[in-house]
Ligand binder design. Structure first.
Ligand SMILES: [Zn+2]
Length: 376
């Protein structure tokens, strides 16, 4: 089986022959499809127009995963066509990751513990708990300078001993006698079986996105090429919108937003104070013969007033987003109410609270009937 993806990583089409079929897996005498490995996903595309969903290593062979292999026979010849957009974007992301890891190592002495190439970003987990934003932006600048320099990226097959002599930033993780080493001129060399672009210029643009702490290590997230541009434009659009909403220039949106949030908090406290005062006034003005009272104020404000006024058999309801009630009366009466009106909730010492499900006015008249029954 010829691994054409290493010989000609830019080849998008190839004539191949089917050597064997195993369920939905099809094997060819040669392939331009890269099988998932080293953090890079398997390739997608078509064989004679039939969709190949994924490509995976299978022992020493490469399995092309179809939805079904119906219509394909051993010995068939045909054309493999690569989903080039998918493959090329991952070649760029993979090369960008090597470049970033090399800059972290050479510029800051920070090692890479793990990497992940995702559809929309690249993550690099570092052997540190924190790295300052200044350092992260330095890595971004140096990496982009190296992108613009147009450094040559080459993959070479080296004997294990020769590869070990290079004292690469990351130890060799395979047992093979011949090791694939990816060189970015004299900037970086690392053992890697992935497929890469041949010049750093193809990476386009690298931009720092965010960080998160994972198992005590800092995971840095990066956007590459189209995603970097899309993210930059998205961020700028958001800043413009926020700036317009706040009527503040771009460089003042953070202090302006902080001031608004402080103001909001002050107003919230003021509203809480006022609604509590109004609720207490309402609570003390509820007539003695009133059994059900509807309000849109917080129920807990009614509790103390009604208890100190020694009210009995009175139900306060709040018919808002949440349908809440507060009942002051005996446990025996509450049990009857709960059952007849299908209330949820409970309480003790003559105080019961919870929720109801009926429409407010319907609930009110039903409750009134029941409570007036207690008084008769
Ligand atoms: Zn790699």
């Amino acid at each position: 089986m010829i691994r054409q993806y290493y010989k000609e990583p830019y080849q998008r089409e190839a004539e191949v022959q089917v050597t064997r079929i195993d369920g939905n897996k099809v094997f060819f005498d040669s392939t331009i499809f890269y099988p998932e490995g080293g953090g890079q996903p398997g390739d997608r595309g078509t064989f004679n127009g039939i969709e190949i969903l994924d490509t995976q290593k299978d022992g020493d062979d490469v399995a092309h995963i179809f939805k079904s292999s119906d219509g394909i026979k051993t010995g068939d010849t045909g054309i493999l066509i690569l989903d080039w957009g998918h493959r090329y974007s991952f070649m760029k992301r993979h090369s960008a990751q090597h470049l970033l890891s090399s800059v972290f190592f050479k510029t800051l002495g920070i090692g890479t513990l793990a990497v992940h190439l995702a559809d929309e970003h690249v993550t690099i987990e570092l052997d540190r708990k924190d790295v300052s934003p200044e350092d992260l932006f330095t890595v971004e600048s140096v990496a982009n300078e190296l992108v613009r320099k147009g450094l040559i990226i080459e993959q070479k097959d080296l004997l294990r001993g020769d590869a070990e002599e290079l004292h690469m930033r990351r130890s060799i993780k395979v047992d093979d006698e011949v090791v694939k080493v990816v060189f970015i001129e004299d900037q970086d060399a690392v053992a890697c079986g992935g497929v890469h672009v041949s010049n750093t210029r193809e990476i386009g643009e690298i931009s720092f996105y965010s960080t998160e702490l994972i198992r005590g290590h800092l995971r840095t997230i990066w956007k590459v090429d189209d995603e970097a541009v899309r993210t930059r434009r998205g961020n700028l659009t958001a800043v413009c919108e926020i700036s317009e909403l706040l009527s503040s220039p771009h460089d003042e949106i953070v202090p302006s937003l902080k001031a608004r949030l402080d103001e909001l908090e002050r107003l919230r406290r003021e509203v809480r104070g006022l609604s509590s005062r109004i609720a207490r006034m309402e609570a003390s003005s509820i007539a003695g013969d009133c059994s059900v009272y509807m309000t849109d104020l917080p129920l807990e404000e009614f509790r103390d007033v009604l208890v100190s006024n020694e009210r009995k058999d009175v139900l306060i309801i709040r018919d808002g987003e949440k349908k809440e009630f507060l009942y002051i009366g005996s446990e025996e009466h509450f049990t009857v109410l709960k059952k007849l009106l299908s209330l949820k909730g409970g309480g003790r010492n003559s105080l019961f609270q919870g929720s109801y499900s009926q429409r407010g006015d319907v609930f009110c008249s039903l409750a009134e009937e029941v409570i007036n029954g207690f008084k008769r």
